[in-house]
Design a binder for this molecule. Sequence first.
Ligand SMILES: O=C[C@H](O)COP(=O)(O)O
Length: 248
Amino acid sequence: MRRRLIAGNWKMHGLKAQLGEVEAIAAAAAANPQIDVALCVPFTLIAPAVAVAGALPIGAQDVHAADKGAHTGCTSGEMLRECGATLTIVGHSERRGDQHETGHDAWAKAVAARRHGLQVILCCGETAAERDAGRAERIVQSQIEKSLPDGASADWLTLAYEPRWAIGTGKTPTLEDIAAIHAIARAKLRAMVGDAADGIRILYGGSLTGANAVEILAVDNVDGALVGGASLTAGKFVPIIEAAASLP
Ligand SMILES: O=C[C@H](O)COP(=O)(O)O
């Protein structure tokens, strides 16, 4: 049985003025110990968030593949650990889009994160055009194939399926479509890492809110969520945490 994980991704939002939200989210996480909760904040907020988060894991949204060197503006796994981060997202579609990151880049970042003892949330997901062309399943399989490191296992890696067209749009796939992609992703994991695939959590991300959390989180092979906009305040995020905790 996989424990559900509800992870927030604050993207490029959050100043110290929002640390009260971190505290309130940490309190909700502590009150719902039957699930895991984590919060990925901007680099600048990692250390301040760690200082108020108690047992709530604080993560980054990206990591560089190298340990150090001439990489202006980048942040290594070692630096993230020193700030107190315990996890990082890699391969988010906004980085694949905005920074032109490839599947190989996501793979190298996941490998680096593991080298520094960070948990990894590895993202995949198709564009609207790819879905319309009937290629969603193949795209997700291909992204997993290109970015999943050897030796991936539940103790350090989580996969997140985030259809790009659902991110921040208020649109979500049908429950049947979510089930189909998560089943395909599970099968791909199994083909790549064997029985270890059964323990790896697969999160859904894209316009998940307190209003649709229960039905989406109840779908087969949906082991939690990666939440953007609705994770920015405790008022919106706590109902999602509670929805996940209410499920068997
Ligand atoms: O990382 C989170 C996802 O991109 C989902 O964002 P969203 O919940 O704002 O749609």
